[in-house]
Design a protein around this ligand. Structure first.
Ligand SMILES: Cc1cc2nc3c(=O)[nH]c(=O)nc-3n(C[C@H](O)[C@H](O)[C@H](O)COP(=O)(O)OP(=O)(O)OC[C@H]3O[C@@H](n4cnc5c(N)ncnc54)[C@H](O)[C@@H]3O)c2cc1C
Length: 427
């Protein structure tokens, strides 16, 4: 994307084409302006357009340019935070509401994909959160207990059952979450864009919003090519935020995360590695993730940025790790490599902001944005349509707060991941 093979890698090669778009030129009016063409913005656009509202989406670069087009593609249910800790963080009402909403998030994503016939390599076979050592096993056992008491279809697998599903014996067990799955993220977000446009939304790419000023009772949202006047503005710019909502970016600590994809594996290897095609990640602090794409490429990722010395260090580490995980692979070469930045918040939970009257947005998904972005986009639409009051939202309104030592923490993540991967030989 934008001629950078390390921005969207494999996903750019295999995604469906986006709708044909052009930059905003001139002066327009709409009910709602949405800033940002990722899962959040396009889900909001789709649901508002389906309800008959006039919607203009302004995307600074291209559809899926941010996290939505770069991620691993794990459609997770819930957040990193342990289910029982959410009510403690947010209070009982918001805590249980968020759990319920995000627990059903993958189902919402899958039903949108079905309804709109989005070709995005959807796999509905669940995810495996794999335990590294005793402490990892304790963590997933507790996580399973907390979800099971809420009736969620999660299952604890022992080491042998895990080995049979993944094709490696390195894990002490795994949490199988049958609600979850995987998809091709850039294809999904482009599919959302097609669906929103078909429903009547107008989408302009190459249209960075540079200002948002009062205009009577509404807002005038300007790009270098023109402006749109609207009653409501949805800010869906998250970790890639620029322009008037740069404070959304400043509220987050960015964690770099990379992915590498092998060539399509031959059939015998495909039947020995992840034959059930679940998405996988592990309990390590510097975690690893892997999954198959529909052509049988193994997509392997971890924390780190593929730039400067990081590129060689992380690729070397990934080769050593795969050799240990799956010796049957033999020497591995990667066909694609790419990375992006994950927006982390200080309590690992997303935020809902009302920046001004009728200027609202969710952000800070902490690496869990496919289902939450889709669900929160729908929630924003419901709020604008008057179906959900502010008290009915899944998160309370909060101010943007800059975390202390943000730049230092970001440098620590990038350099720390390099040191860990340089020294580390294995998972
Ligand atoms: C490497 C990586 C791996 C991840 N893995 C997973 C995963 O496996 N599962 C999961 O659920 N989540 C994952 N995530 C997180 C997930 O991708 C994000 O949470 C999600 O994409 C956020 O969606 P969004 O629509 O809110 O924002 P984004 O997709 O980031 O979109 C924001 C858009 O706003 C645009 N923009 C910014 N400023 C302006 C402006 N001034 N004017 C106009 N447009 C603007 C940007 O160009 C961008 O396209 C991962 C993220 C990364 C980076």
């Amino acid at each position: 994307m934008l001629n950078d093979p390390r921005s969207h890698g494999l996903w750019e090669r295999t995604a469906i084409a986006p709708p044909s778009t052009f930059p905003l030129a001139g002066q327009f009016a709409a009910d709602v302006v949405i800033v940002g063409g990722g899962f959040t913005g396009l889900s909001a656009a789709l649901h508002l357009a389906e309800a008959g509202r006039s919607v203009v989406v302004l995307e600074g670069a291209e559809v899926g340019f941010g996290g939505s087009g770069r991620n691993v593609g794990l459609i997770n249910a819930g957040m990193w935070v342990m289910p029982d800790d959410l009510p403690g963080e947010l209070g009982d009402v918001y805590g249980e509401r968020l759990l319920q909403l995000l627990g059903n998030g993958p189902q919402v994503v899958m039903s949108i994909i079905d309804k709109h016939g989005i070709a995005c390599e959807l796999e509905r076979n669940g995810t495996l959160h794999c335990a590294v050592g005793k402490s990892g096993l304790t963590e997933i056992t507790e996580r399973a207990r907390q979800w099971q008491k809420r009736g969620a279809p999660v299952e604890l697998l022992d080491a042998n059952e895990t080995a049979a599903r993944i094709g490696t014996k390195v894990y002490a067990g795994a949490l199988l979450d049958r609600r979850a799955g995987t998809l091709q993220p850039l294809a999904y977000v482009r599919g959302l864009a097609h669906a929103a446009v078909r429903a009547g939304a107008t989408l302009h790419t190459g249209s960075p919003v540079v200002s948002c000023t009062r205009d009577g009772t509404g807002w005038k949202v300007s790009t270098p090519g023109g402006f749109v006047s609207a009653e409501w503005v949805v800010v869906a710019t998250d970790a890639y935020s620029k322009g008037p909502w740069a404070k959304v970016r400043r509220e987050q600590v960015h964690l770099p995360y990379f992915n590498l994809a092998t060539r399509p594996l031959p059939p015998d290897l495909r039947s020995s590695i992840l034959p059930g095609r679940e998405g996988v990640w592990d309990t390590k602090e510097i975690l690893s993730s892997f999954r198959m794409d529909s052509a049988g490429r193994l997509v392997f990722g971890s924390v780190g940025a593929l730039r400067n010395t990081g590129q060689a260090v992380h690729v070397g580490w990934a080769k050593r790790s795969l050799a240990r995980l799956f010796p049957q692979l033999g020497p591995v070469e990667f066909e694609h490599e790419w990375y992006g930045k994950i927006g982390m918040t200080d309590n690992a939970l997303p935020r809902f902001h009302r920046f001004e009257r009728n200027v609202i947005g969710f952000s800070g998904y902490n690496g869990r944005g496919i289902a939450p972005g889709t669900v929160f986009g729908r929630t924003l639409a419901g709020h604008i349509l008057g179906e959900l009051s502010e008290d009915d939202l899944p998160l309370p309104v909060t101010d943007t707060e800059q975390p202390s030592l943000r730049s230092l923490k970001e440098a620590y993540y990038e350099v720390g991941a390099q040191i860990a991967h340089f020294a580390g030989e294995r998972l």
